[in-house]
Design a protein. Structure first.
Length: 234
């Protein structure tokens, strides 16, 4: 049986990234997130910022457990006290108000790229109704002209692990064989993100260096002008 995840996985991951020396892999596994989500948090590329949540205070982790993980990168963190789950037996998945306008784009993306996924699965993943899904599919949705298919993970409507899970289940049910292209795509995505991060850091370093040089030149010029002015007054 898999280990439960923290009550607020993204907020917990943010806290662990900021305050511990745990690896991204350890944090991602403990929080039930994709490693790229944790990587994005660490480099401030996440689409939304999370206020860190201390798992020590909630009792989900102990300091001793964190220290074990910091001492051994291969160590898998163990949940000290599982959070109390508050489940909703009826209704679609809850989505923050700020992200609800993105739902149609996420639904359209799944319909385009993973037609094998059922409406029930989409509804549970995105937190929407079958009527909305049907309207987007047959293009009768009231706002269809403004709907642009976008990856629901990028939109923050679900995690990569959740999306991969329903796609795998739907593919298995439909008898679609895994040709390994998803793993290859994941590797490509990770490499592309790391390259982007490295380039951003290099650009920031160059910009900082140029700014320092400009400031130094401006200070020198100002000092020169002040000296010339003083000399003229003398």
């Amino acid at each position: 049986m898999s280990q439960p995840t923290p009550l607020m996985p993204h907020a917990t991951a943010s806290w662990l990234v900021d305050t511990t020396g745990l690896t991204f892999e350890q944090i991602a596994e403990f929080c039930g997130l994709h490693i790229l989500e944790v990587q994005a948090m660490a480099d401030d590329l996440a689409s939304s910022k999370y206020t860190g949540r201390d798992p020590l205070r909630s009792g989900e982790l102990t300091q001793e457990e964190i220290e074990k993980g910091q001492a051994d990168p291969n160590y898998k963190l163990k949940m000290h006290k599982a959070p109390v789950n508050v489940s909703r037996t009826k209704g679609p998945r809850y989505t923050p108000v700020s992200k609800r306008q993105d739902k149609p784009d996420g639904i359209a993306w799944i319909l385009r790229h993973h037609p094998e996924v059922s409406d029930a699965q989409i509804g549970k993943l995105i937190g929407t109704t079958r009527n909305t899904i049907a309207a987007i599919r047959d293009r009768s949705h009231w706002n269809i002209g403004n709907i642009t298919p976008k990856d629901p993970v990028t939109l923050g409507l679900c995690s990569q692990r959740e999306l991969d899970g329903i796609v795998a289940k739907a593919a298995k049910k439909a008898g679609i064989e895994d040709d390994g292209r998803d793993d290859e795509r994941l590797g490509d995505d990770r490499q592309a993100l790391l390259e982007e991060l490295r380039q951003e850091r290099e650009d920031a370093r160059v910009a900082a260096s140029e700014a320092a040089q400009e400031a130094e030149a401006a200070a020198w010029l100002e000092a020169k002008r002040a000296a010339e002015a003083e000399e003229r007054r003398g």
